[in-house]
Design a protein around this ligand. Structure first.
Ligand SMILES: Cc1ncc(COP(=O)(O)O)c(C=O)c1O
Length: 387
């Protein structure tokens, strides 16, 4: 067996999601808030375009890094919405955002190179770095300081082996966005370390609240050349099952990633790409979903914050509540198990994201509003029983 793969842990979110599904078979009242999947249907015009293309016979190999119309639409979006002036020839359309991250990390890392991962972090960065033969270096940002990125934390983790820094804003799990001040810290860091690439995972970029805006690092001209931006359709357009993502980078990274792509995937499905083009015409549907997430956030977080010993900062983006518990000295995993048994609500323990210093959990609020309200009230009752 491959020794690198034996070092990998199974995906904690997939483990908890299947645990919820398993429990629901015998007890349909169990509420699963462990996953990260919009409960909305993919907008109709996207599905209809894909179906039409499929029935028209678009069912063969579509060799290339993505169909030109889709790459052009992505380039236009990045330029207009994210201030990223990109060359559409450097856009790679990938099967899901996860694969875009996999390709980017493999394109850049050599055996033994180090990758800085800011914690709390999404569960797949570390295993992907390990699969690429790299060494993950987890930088624990401080919850007491709102998980702000600091120059000191980055510098302390950086060595001559550091090749890539991975960031994710809006963040899963904390819901934080990238503010100008932290973008400045990142820019200064990159300028100081010319051999380091920045991988910016912006998969939740369209889901931001309170009229805020999360900075895209590739919009900074001084460092744009070394920023690899990854985004996709899964979260913002409710297209998780389509497996559609993309990567934009400089030519060198693109060519390296595209070689691996050719030998592992060949190409993307043509009719799915035709469908994805329509996503750029779904501004209204995307905004409608965003507004509903915002209402759910306010309701869910409001109920949780009314529980003694529980606090949840309002997430600025994405659809996760990152909730702190100060109850009976219990740690993240104990609380997770307790709520599973006593509230029948499945969430994720903070430790799955590398947060060991404080008892916390992540709950997705991409579920139906009534179900979320029920879940929040059950959590409330279960914690009150403890106190
Ligand atoms: C932070 C983050 N990045 C990337 C992904 C992967 O997205 P996709 O489903 O498009 O592969 C996810 C999905 O949960 C995510 O939360």
């Amino acid at each position: 067996m491959n020794h690198r793969l034996s070092l990998m842990k199974p995906s904690a979110s997939l483990v908890f999601m299947s645990r919820a599904k398993e429990m629901q078979k015998t007890d349909p009242t169990v509420i699963g808030l462990a996953g990260g999947e919009p409960d909305f249907a993919t907008p109709d015009r996207i599905s209809m375009a894909a179906i039409h293309s499929l029935t028209e016979g678009n069912t063969h190999y579509v060799i290339g890094p993505g169909i030109p119309e889709l790459r052009a639409a992505i380039a236009k979006k990045l330029c207009e919405e994210n201030d990223i002036p990109c060359d559409e020839n450097c856009i790679l359309v990938t099967p899901g955002g996860k694969n875009a991250i996999y390709l980017a990390i493999h394109a850049v890392l050599n055996e033994g190179d180090e990758a800085i991962i800011l914690n709390p972090a999404w569960v797949s960065y570390e295993p992907i770095v390990i699969a690429a033969g790299g060494t993950p270096v987890n930088v624990k940002l401080n919850y007491k300081r709102d998980y702000r990125i600091t120059a000191e934390a980055l510098e302390a983790a950086c060595t001559e082996k550091t090749r890539i820094l991975i960031i994710n804003y809006p963040n899963n799990p904390t819901g934080r966005i990238l503010h100008k001040e932290e973008a400045d810290v990142l820019e200064t860091f990159l300028l100081k370390h010319p051999n380091v690439y920045l991988l910016s995972d912006e998969i939740y970029e369209r889901i931001v609240y309170d009229k805020k805006y999360s900075v895209s690092m590739a919009s900074r001209p001084a460092v744009a050349e070394r920023v690899i931006t990854m985004n996709g359709f899964s979260k913002s357009v409710a297209m998780t099952g389509w497996r559609m993502g993309y990567l934009v980078s400089n030519k060198e990274v693109f060519q390296s990633a595209y070689k691996l792509y050719q030998h592992s995937l060949s190409c993307m499905s043509g009719f799915l790409q035709v469908g994805a083009i329509e996503a750029f015409k779904c501004q209204r549907e995307i905004e409608d979903m965003r507004k509903i997430y915002e209402q759910r956030r306010d309701m869910f977080v409001g109920i949780l914050n009314s529980i003694p010993g529980v606090s949840c900062p309002k997430p600025e983006g994405a659809f996760y509540a990152w909730v702190y518990f100060d109850v009976k000295g219990m740690n993240s995993e104990e609380i997770c198990e307790y709520l599973l048994k006593n509230a029948k609500v499945v969430g994720m323990p903070g430790t799955a994201y590398g947060e060991e210093n404080v008892a916390c959990m992540r709950f997705s609020f991409a579920n139906a509003t009534a179900e979320l309200e029920d879940a929040a009230n059950r959590i409330r009752e279960a914690i009150l029983r403890l106190n």
